[in-house]
Design a protein around this ligand. Structure first.
Ligand SMILES: [Zn+2]
Length: 91
């Protein structure tokens, strides 16, 4: 499956049961901040790095469009996320 198509499918239809479990597992390993991404891929049983990052994004991992900082916020859109602290500074 082509990456972009897969991404849209995941966003529209959500993840299957197995993928959902993988996503949760990947996020918990990732948030522990001890393992490199390749090791998380092995533990989760995921061979594709973009897919793993999609799983993390579904779990709430966001990349600030302004400065690229990584933060967690499920409420924000994946494609247009901004780190909340920027807004607090501006006030
Ligand atoms: Zn930022």
């Amino acid at each position: 499956m082509q990456e972009e198509g897969e991404y849209n499918w995941v966003v529209k239809k959500g993840l299957g049961k197995e993928a959902k479990q993988k996503a949760m597992l990947a996020a918990s390993y990732y948030q522990e901040n001890k393992l490199p991404i390749v090791d998380i891929m092995k533990l989760v049983g995921n061979k594709s790095k973009p897919t793993l990052y999609k799983y993390l994004a579904i779990q709430g991992r966001r990349n600030c469009k302004e400065c690229g900082v990584i933060f967690w916020n499920r409420q924000q859109e994946m494609e247009s996320a901004f780190y909340e602290k920027h807004f607090k500074k501006k006030k």
